[in-house]
Design a protein around this ligand. Sequence first.
Ligand code: NIG
Ligand code: FE
Length: 389
Amino acid sequence: MTRGSLLVDHIGELVTNDGRDGDPLGVRREAALLIEDGQVAWVGSARDAPAADRRIDAGGAAVLPGFVDSHAHLVFAGDRAAEFAARMAGERYTGGGIRTTVGATRAASDDALRASVGRLRAEMLRQGTTTVEIKSGYGLTVADEARSLRIAAEFTDDTTFLGAHVVPAEYADRPDDYVGLVCGPMLAAAAPYARWIDVFCERGAFDADHARAILDCGQAAGLGVRLHANQLGPGPGVRLGVELGAASVDHCTHLTDADVDALAGSETVATLLPGAEFSTRSPYPDARRLLDAGVTVALATDCNPGSSYTSSMPFCVALAVREMRMTPAEAVWAATAGGAAALRRTDVGRLTPGARADLIILDAPSHLHLAYRPGVPLIRQVLHNGVPR
Ligand code: NIG
Ligand code: FE
């Protein structure tokens, strides 16, 4: 880690997410930010900036917290480009392709998987993502889930055991036995490397009873709960997640009023993944409905080779604004502070004293440009733990 203090000066617009004066983004103009020991040490007006060992001149640009991508499936081998092409020609997404990736992942060496995760993590960092959650879920044997999480843990503290992604082919006729395996030896092998447990609760994957059984075991093993819910159709996932105190229920594409009410009365974050609707040509979730009900909303990439092969949070911000009725400010908040809330983290997703010095200097004067200039590489510089990357 770099020693000594670093001043980021001449910031035209600083997004702090401090919620000051009723502005969730906590925007400060003509600001400066001091970094010491990898943390934000001071934030204020550029006029009052303290002396520092080193200085970065932001040149009047916007600075925001690094993105917190709270939902990504990075441990896999192969890709499914042909499946994407077929969908764009009219085929429907069912999740059936997950088994294709399971086959490729089982056949890959540890080194190949590690190199692939490293490449995707680097791709994310270049696009401003400084915190990422990484799931298993393409191994689906005791050994392959454990090694997926061991490799994921080399890249992040937010690792998620998703042994209940689908029932693998060899258990197709015995789903109860597979749930027993997930709750027993697979969980035991995975738990030392995992912070969270997740289930794909959906028709064709795991029903509410199986999901509850698996999440109960995970909680008993000390893991926090998150859930894939209501992606392909209405279902019990969202209400189950709220009942179990999940940190987040993810996708939330098909919600009833009862689902929205349950979320609104809870601490559970609704994480929306517009890359999945884009890549499966599906209707987008209605973020406005959730926000108006008072639900905390996060945005994440869902980066995976099947339903959403994007690692780009700026792309998701632009989609959320254009297609999901979010304002640019709401989308930027959801991609930073919202992601932190979905991971129950207070050290990231904000630029306030004591937070980790994870920040983005944009090639633009305002956060608005992330949605206003879609597809443009606006990330000029990323600092991670206070270190320029
Ligand atoms: O979040 N929905 C389940 N899992 C992934 C898709 C995985 C795949 O198609 O490989 C998702 O969209
Ligand atoms: Fe997912």
